[in-house]
Design a protein around this ligand. Structure first.
Ligand SMILES: *Cc1c(COP(=O)(O)O)cnc(C)c1O
Length: 223
């Protein structure tokens, strides 16, 4: 059996102060999450609405749940009551749906814009031109149900660390230019979520403030 508590403390020891460790618990059973919780972990991320809806009520209420998977607009209503941060806003349409539903539920939800900088043809996140179109003229007043806290992204899936570093530097550059540009009057725009089990050291060196670690804590997932 995977020793989740030992894994967690090993991972946590490599995360500098100021970087948030998000435990990516998708596909793992509630008991594994409970081990991480008992070892002190409080921030968890799931990627499927259905799974989140089952796990969240089964675990203590002081857990901060993040959503990191592709979110269909028809699942927004079910996901919102559980989450404190949606990291995977991958279209203007989804941002619209999340904001509208949050207003309906009487809250404001923190979100990250997911941008695709990778060169491997992966489909996750907004393509650069859609992202630019949304970010360039971004008006917070248009989306009163959300607070845009920053960006999330993934590097190209490759062993070539130069490519990985280039992707993370691109994300960092985008983050910095938004922070000093269209979000310069929004001090809450302060999260750059990048880095996973295999590439988090590079991400941290490139300025990540939040890493999302699954495999190194919980072991391999069974799909
Ligand atoms: C699954 C997932 C992770 C965690 O990946 P590991 O390699 O298991 O650490 C991080 N971010 C996103 C968006 C994911 O879907």
């Amino acid at each position: 059996m995977t020793d989740v508590a030992a894994n967690l403390s090993r991972v946590a020891a490599t995360i500098p102060a100021g970087v948030t460790l998000v435990a990516v618990s998708k596909f793992h059973p509630v008991e594994a999450l409970r081990c991480a919780y008992d070892a002190g972990q409080r921030v968890f991320a799931e990627s499927r609405a259905q799974e989140l809806a089952v796990k969240a009520p089964a675990l203590p209420p002081d857990i901060e749940w993040h959503f990191i998977g592709h979110l269909q607009t028809n699942k927004v209503r079910a996901v919102l009551p559980h989450v404190s941060l949606i990291q995977s806003i991958d279209s203007r349409r989804l941002l619209r749906a999340v904001s509208d539903e949050a207003v309906r539920q009487g809250r404001v939800v923190d979100v990250l814009l997911e941008v695709n900088v990778s060169a491997d043809g992966s489909k996750t996140g907004m393509a650069p031109d859609e992202f630019d179109g949304l970010a360039a003229g971004f008006s917070a007043a248009e989306f009163p149900g959300v607070r845009v806290r920053g960006l999330m992204g993934m590097a190209t899936f490759t062993d070539d660390t130069a490519v990985v570093r280039r992707d993370f530097e691109a994300l960092r550059g985008l983050f910095d230019s938004l922070r000093s540009g269209v979000f310069s009057t929004s001090p809450e725009f302060d999260i750059l979520s990048m880095g996973m089990s295999d590439d988090r050291d590079i991400a941290i060196a490139c300025g990540s403030t939040m890493v999302r670690v699954g495999t190194d804590i919980f072991g391999y997932r069974e799909y």
